[in-house]
Design a protein around this ligand. Structure first.
Ligand code: ADP
Ligand code: MG
Length: 606
């Protein structure tokens, strides 16, 4: 092996430039990030991003900001040239997104750049070119026109052929599609922190999205994907040097974490600590692998953080991270609690005192009532929900907090009419949620569930190689409420199942359960197991729930909805599908053109 260390050399400027550029400019999205930050720093309220081939061939950013003067134009491409900071102390009071004076210099080290700008108050626009294939410090050329997105002043920066001279970099770029997706993601983040700014994204001559200036609340609603204003819930926290504004979309759960936004002092960041504080309160409310849609805006005294940790400034350092963590988490918890106690669009009183004359409909009494009929104390009745009540002659409360029951559509959707809207509950999804939480509660409280003896024990055969794994899975089965023991070398006998598990399709379900338990293998004591257990619970809840198509009585329908609203997280089934949707009276009137549309939700097209 030849380890050859040559003598120290000062790198030629071009090489040094390119190495430095690599820190900031990794891919087309990094270019867009730097250019859009500059436009925002320049006070633009209209920004257009135009791309060709996912940004590889061309990235152009146009803004109507204050512009760059003729004198500054040649400077803006130089390293450490910035108009935003001149002394080290300025770092502490910084209001702008940029401050290093490196972005344009870095970009021109790895691409061709043309800057065209007309400064506020200037009669003329000027242009300068720089970049890899051109000689540095080119001259400033006057341009006779100069209008920017309808404004007399502004800036247009074109970045062409990114990395074309650096094959190593080019090789690592993802497909044009995923680069484009990253850019779209990025613009949505900017859009969130800058609601009054209009954004447009054009790719290969096609407008991918366009966002009009909006009020902050409307922008958040659009970006988080809340269907209606009332689905967007918020909570704030305020003290001397810290403000938190937290927004969450009730009833939305997603299989990815892309709708989790964190901003600190107007800058979108990606901070693990923040992320943990935000997600912790959802842990037992959503299935593993499901994420909420939320946005958290933190305002903190600048001397309490350091933003100068990472070249792209997406990471920050808090002086007192523990305190921030707790306050964030409490804010989230408090919102989740609040929405359970009362919520304007779901005017459900969760602890309504029952009128003394009519039979009460509180949950406890309904259970007690059910027990008096069935003679069991099953908290998990099997189909239908609850055990048939066809014959009950109960008078239903007229002013139910659920609204007026109006019937069942397609044997699946329970319809309730409220003062200004109707609600549709999906009976299967609702029952899944109820059962999931009950099973989960039982699991978390470490209660071993009541068991139900099987009249005929069920024997499942297995491959003798599996014996070792089967033995290992027995404690888990036991914990879930199954009594199972080995019978010889290749069979397992189930003598009882958890109460309420039911005996429909018993064999198949036991087989699935066993496979599931076996697949956990070595992990069965770790946190992973916990998650797997919840998943198991969810699928269990799903199996034994009221199915769509099962005919419910009015009483059962009411009871189901009440139980749902007593859940911790009533708005989704454990798999993330909505349990209830709302349709406003206004909306229906609009269909029949009785009213004109008052407020249009500007949407993202893609
Ligand atoms: P920084 O943003 O850290 O100052 P940049 O390299 O991104 O460094 O930009 C250098 C300078 O060029 C900025 O400080 C600003 O004065 C000017 N500039 C860049 N883009 C724009 C723009 N779109 N509008 C106005 N000025 C700009
Ligand atoms: Mg900048």
């Amino acid at each position: 092996m030849s380890s050859k260390t040559s003598s120290i050399q000062i790198l030629p400027p071009l090489v040094a430039e390119r190495i430095a550029a690599g820190e900031v400019i990794e891919r087309p999205a990094s270019v867009v990030k730097e250019l859009v930050e500059n436009s925002l720093d320049a006070g633009a309220d209209q920004i257009a991003v135009i791309l060709e081939n996912g940004g590889r061939n061309l990235i152009e950013v146009l803004d109507n900001g204050e512009g760059i003067s003729k004198k500054d134009l040649p400077l803006c491409l130089l390293r450490h040239a910035t108009s935003k900071l001149s002394r080290l102390e300025d770092l502490e009071t910084l209001q702008t997104l940029g401050f290093r004076g490196e972005a344009l210099a870095s970009i021109q080290a790895v691409a061709q750049v043309r800057v065209l700008s007309r400064n506020q108050g200037s009669e003329q626009a000027y242009e300068i070119e720089g970049g890899i294939t051109r000689k540095q410090t080119s001259e400033v050329k006057p341009i006779t026109f100069g209008h920017f997105l309808g404004s007399p002043h502004g800036t247009q920066i074109r970045v062409a052929n990114l990395f074309s001279e650096i094959p190593a970099r080019l090789k690592f770029l993802k497909s044009s599609r995923s680069e484009l997706a990253a850019i779209k993601d990025l613009l949505e983040k900017f859009a969130l922190t800058h609601p009054r700014v209009q954004f447009r994204l054009v790719h290969d001559d096609q407008t991918l999205f366009q966002m009009k200036a909006q009020k902050p609340q409307e922008r958040i609603q659009t970006l988080l994907g809340a269907q209606t204003k009332t689905d967007l819930l918020s909570e704030s926290f305020k003290e001397d040097s810290l403000e938190i504004d937290f927004y969450w979309v009730r009833g939305l759960s997603l299989p990815h974490a892309r709708k989790i936004y964190q901003s600190v002092n107007g800058r979108i960041v990606r901070d693990r600590l923040l992320q943990q504080a935000l997600l912790q309160p959802f842990r037992q409310r959503l299935l593993p692998g499901q994420f909420p849609a939320l946005a958290c805006f933190v305002k903190i005294a600048p001397d309490q953080i350091d933003v100068n940790v990472h070249p792209s400034k997406t990471e920050i350092r808090f002086l007192n991270s523990q305190a921030i963590f707790q306050k964030l988490q409490r804010t989230v918890e408090s919102l989740l609690q609040k929405q359970l106690r009362s919520s304007p669009s779901h005017p459900v009183s969760f602890h309504s005192p029952a009128p003394s004359a009519a039979p009460s409909f509180s949950l406890e009494s309904a259970h007690a009532f059910r027990e008096s009929f069935s003679g069991t104390s099953s908290a998990f009745p099997s189909l239908p929900y609850p055990p048939a009540f066809e014959e009950t002659k109960l008078e239903l409360e007229t002013a139910s907090p659920l609204g007026q029951f109006r019937g069942i559509l397609f044997n699946t959707y329970l319809v309730f009419e409220m003062e200004d809207h109707i609600k549709l509950y999906d009976q299967h999804a609702a029952h899944e949620r109820i059962r999931y939480e009950a099973l989960q509660k039982r699991h978390l409280e470490n209660e071993t569930p009541a068991r139900q003896q099987l009249l005929m024990p069920q024997t499942l055969g297995f491959d003798p190689d599996q014996k070792h794994d089967i033995l290992k899975s027995l404690p888990l089965l036991e914990k879930l409420g199954f009594d199972a023991e080995l019978f010889g070398e290749k069979a397992l006998v189930f003598r009882s199942v958890p109460e309420g598990w039911g005996t429909d399709d018993l064999r198949t379900r036991l087989q699935n359960l066993l496979e599931r338990a076996l697949s956990l293998g070595e992990n069965s004591s770790s946190l992973k197991m916990d998650e797997a257990v919840f998943e198991q619970l969810a699928s269990e809840a799903c199996h034994s729930s009221v199915r769509s198509g099962d005919r419910l009585t009015e009483f059962e329908a009411l009871q189901l909805c009440r139980d749902l609203l007593n859940c911790k997280h009533p708005w989704n089934c454990p798999h993330g599908r909505p349990t209830v949707i709302e349709l406003s009276h206004d909306q229906i009137d609009q269909w029949f053109q009785r009213k004109t549309k008052l407020w249009k939700n500007p949407s993202l097209e893609s």
